[in-house]
Write a protein that binds this ligand. Structure first.
Ligand code: CO8
Length: 258
């Protein structure tokens, strides 16, 4: 499938999606978000794919919602068309792991796309921020909710209320990203990380993702119970037997995703 605003390729078992509106620094409009949702759904249903990387350019992951296309929305337009929810939830709903590989600006909705992914690998030139307040607007795609869960209320509140941007080094220090790499190596390193994940048993990877995501959504006791029951069910998988038998036999496992 050919897209106008994204480029999709596969590298082995990894799906790679590049946001591609260079003239607008990958500002997010409906067309791009519809295409991103479509590509994620296609990669999720592709049995050859085990993990997905979403990236932008060296200059911009995404500079936020497309202000020119958003500014004239009325409440009725936004509410009736289910603005944002309609075509944004496909990122967090994807059952396969999705890694954000962020270089350059990740601002507003761009930062929120990265936050909706499972984890972020940042290039050393990455800049994160929720500058909506400067436009008399609010982070509307998870910024006020995911950011405090990741970096704590004080830091999230300061970022959202002042619009201050933070560097890759600061993002690393406060736990917003899992790693910072040279910009020239970003995509290669993110794809390599995704390839490691994709080499494991797919149902086990999806179970782990489901469990970790419950940590943000459930009280501890309920999350622990969910984890325990999921772990019990993992004994039903052929891959669990294969993984443990292969370890004991000192050979490489062959997973069949069953
Ligand atoms: N929307 C539309 N166009 C944009 C955007 C944007 N968010 N960001 C940059 N552009 C365009 C510029 O207008 C410019 O176009 P042109 O060449 O035609 O003048 C081109 O991209 C290059 O931009 P700059 O000349 O400004 O480049 P600089 O390197 O000088 O600056 C910055 C880069 C700092 C990223 C700057 O462009 C900037 O501040 N951009 C806006 C950032 C911002 O405020 N983002 C938040 C937007 S609101 C939002 O995301 C709300 C989220 C709510 C939910 C999601 C809804 C979809």
């Amino acid at each position: 499938m050919t897209y106008n605003c994204i480029i999709v390729e596969t590298r082995g078992k990894v799906g790679l999606i590049r946001l591609n509106r260079p003239k607008q620094l990958n500002a997010l409009n409906d067309e791009l978000m519809n295409e991103l949702g479509d590509a994620l759904t296609a990669l999720e249903t592709d049995e050859k794919i085990g993990a997905i990387v979403v990236t932008g350019s060296d200059k911009a992951f995404a500079a936020g919602a497309d202000v020119a296309e958003t500014k004239d929305n009325s409440f009725a337009d936004a509410y009736n068309s289910n603005f944002v929810t309609r075509n944004w939830d496909s990122i967090s709903a994807c059952r396969k792991p999705v890694i954000a590989a962020v270089a350059g600006h990740a601002l507003g909705g761009g930062c929120e796309i990265a936050l909706a992914c499972d984890f972020i690998i940042a290039a050393d030139n990455a800049v994160f921020g929720q500058p909506e307040v400067k436009l008399a607007f609010i982070p509307g795609a998870g910024g006020t909710q995911r950011l405090p869960r990741l970096i704590g209320k004080a830091r999230a509140m300061e970022m959202c209320l002042t619009g201050r941007t933070i560097s890759a080094a600061e993002a690393d220090r406060i736990g917003l990203v899992c790693r910072v790499v040279p910009v020239a190596e970003l995509v290669e390193r993110a794809v390599a990380t995704a390839a490691v994940i994709a080499s494991y048993s797919r149902p086990v990877v999806m179970m782990i993702k489901e469990c970790v995501n419950r940590a943000a959504e459930m009280p501890l006791a309920e999350g622990l119970l969910f984890e325990r029951r999921t772990m019990h069910s993992a004994f039903a998988l052929h891959d669990q037997k294969e993984g443990m038998n292969a370890f004991l036999a000192k050979r490489a496992p062959t997973f069949t995703d069953e």
